[in-house]
Design a protein around this ligand. Structure first.
Ligand code: ATP
Ligand code: MG
Length: 349
C-alpha cells in the first residue's frame, strides 16, 4: 500500500493511567485536545505502556485506564469523530519503538530531564522502560505520521527527541525510503509540539517550583478531576502561599511561584488573563482569593466529574469504545509500520 508523499496534518497525544488526572492535565493538554478536534483529524490514546515504566498494581490498572478514557469523553472528546483507544491495544507502537531504540542514541536519552527527575537518586534501580520512555513516545506519534502534538510544557524536550529520531531515520534510510517510492526521501514528518492554552505548566499546590503530577505521592499537591467540592475547597485553602497580599500588577508575581501558580490556575479556569485576575483580587488577602478560586474550580469541574461517574458506571461501554478506537488506529498504523519494516530491510510476514 502506498502512503501519501506529504504528511497530512494529523494530531496525536496521550495521557498515562498512572494515577488521578488533575487540573494540570486538563488546562495544559485536554482543553487543547478538545479544541483541535474542530479543525484536525485527532488520535488520542491512554498510554498504558508508559504507565508501567513505574510500578502499577495490576488490580488497579484496568480501572485507571477506564478512568482516563472517561475523563477524555467527559471533557468533550467525541469518540465518533476522534480515534480514542489504549496504547497496548495496538501492537504497532511497541514494534516501532524497537526500531527507534536502534535509531536513537544513548547520548540523546542521557539528556532527558524527566528521566533524571523520575529516577531520582536511585537511578540504578529505575526500569529500562523509564529510560526508553521518550523512544516509545516517538513511536506513538510517528506510527500515525502525526504532525501536531498538543502537550503541556514538560513534554517539550521529549518532542524535540521525537523530531531527532524522525530526522535520523529519514537520513539513515534515505536510499531505501526513495526506493519505496518517497521521492523526497522523507518518510516521517517532523512533528510540531502544540504547547498553548491557559496554563501550560500548572505547579504543585505544596511547592510552586514542582509541576503538578499524577505520580506525586501527596494528594494535597493536586486537584484531581474526580475530587468533590469539599476536597477542592480544602486543597485550595491549604495550598502553600507566602505572607504578602496579592500584587496588583503581573510583574509583582515574579519570585513568588506559589502566588503565580494560583493566579495562573484562576486565569486558566476563568479564561481570563492574569492581569485581569490581579485587577480583581490584587492588594487583597489570599483568603478571599482562595475562596473565589475554590468556587470557580468546583463550578468548572463539577459537570466533568458527574459525567465521568456516569461513564464509569458502564465499564463495558467504555471498553467497547476503546476497542473500536483501537481498530481504527490499527488501520492507520499497520501499513505505516509494515512499510518501516520494509525500509529497514526486514522480510514481509
Ligand atoms: P506522571 O506524574 O505519571 O508523569 P503527569 O501528571 O505528568 O503524570 P502525564 O500523563 O505524564 O501526566 O501527561 C499527560 C499530559 O498532561 C501531557 O501532555 C503533559 O504535558 C500534561 N501535563 C502533565 N502535568 C502537567 C502540568 N502540571 N501542567 C500542564 N500540563 C501538564
Ligand atoms: Mg508526566
Amino acid at each position: 500500500m502506498q502512503l501519501p508523499q506529504k504528511a497530512q496534518p494529523r494530531v496525536f497525544s496521550g495521557m498515562q493511567p498512572s494515577g488521578n488526572l488533575h487540573l494540570g492535565n486538563y488546562l495544559g493538554a485536554m482543553l487543547q485536545w478538545v479544541e483541535m478536534q474542530k479543525s484536525h483529524e485527532c488520535i488520542y490514546c491512554v498510554v498504558d505502556m508508559h504507565a508501567i515504566t513505574v510500578w502499577q498494581d495490576p488490580a488497579e490498572l484496568k480501572d485507571a485506564i477506564r478512568q482516563v478514557a472517561a475523563a477524555y469523553l467527559a471533557a468533550g472528546i467525541d469518540a465518533k469523530k476522534t480515534i480514542l483507544f489504549s496504547q497496548s491495544q495496538v501492537h504497532e507502537h511497541a514494534e516501532l519503538a524497537w526500531v527507534f531504540n536502534c535509531v536513537a542514541r544513548l547520548g540523546w536519552l542521557n539528556r532527558m530531564t524527566q528521566f533524571k527527575e523520575k529516577a531520582g537518586r536511585d537511578r540504578e534501580n529505575a526500569s529500562v522502560g523509564l529510560y526508553a520512555y521518550p523512544v516509545l513516545m516517538a513511536a506513538d506519534i510517528l506510527a500515525y505520521r502525526a504532525t501536531h502534538v498538543p502537550v503541556g510544557d514538560d513534554q517539550k524536550q521529549h518532542l524535540e527527541l521525537c523530531r531527532d529520531i524522525a530526522q535520523k531515520f529519514n537520513n539513515d534510510y534515505a536510499g531505501a525510503i526513495r526506493n519505496a517510492g518517497f521521492e523526497d526521501g522523507t518518510f516521517f514528518p517532523l512533528c510540531e509540539p502544540v504547547i498553548m492554552g491557559p496554563a501550560t505548566r500548572v505547579m504543585s499546590l505544596r511547592d510552586g517550583t514542582k509541576k503538578m503530577s499524577k505520580s506525586e505521592p501527596s494528594d494535597m499537591s493536586r486537584i484531581n478531576l474526580s475530587d468533590d467540592a469539599d476536597a477542592i475547597a480544602k486543597k485550595i485553602q491549604k495550598a502553600k502561599t507566602d505572607s504578602e497580599p496579592l500584587p496588583t500588577q503581573e510583574a509583582g508575581l515574579k519570585g513568588r511561584p506559589e502566588a503565580d501558580n494560583l493566579v495562573g490556575i484562576f486565569a486558566g479556569l476563568a479564561q481570563q488573563s492574569k492581569a485581569r485576575v490581579l485587577s480583581d483580587f490584587g492588594g487583597g488577602q489570599f483568603s478571599r482569593f482562595k475562596k473565589a478560586l475554590a468556587e470557580l474550580a468546583v463550578s468548572r469541574l463539577a459537570p466533568l466529574t458527574t459525567e465521568m461517574r456516569r461513564l464509569l458506571a458502564d465499564p463495558h461501554g467504555l471498553d467497547r469504545t476503546l476497542a473500536g478506537g483501537a481498530e481504527r488506529a490499527r488501520a492507520i498504523a499497520a501499513p505505516i509500520v509494515r512499510q518501516v519494516k520494509d525500509i529497514v530491510g526486514f522480510l514481509p510476514a
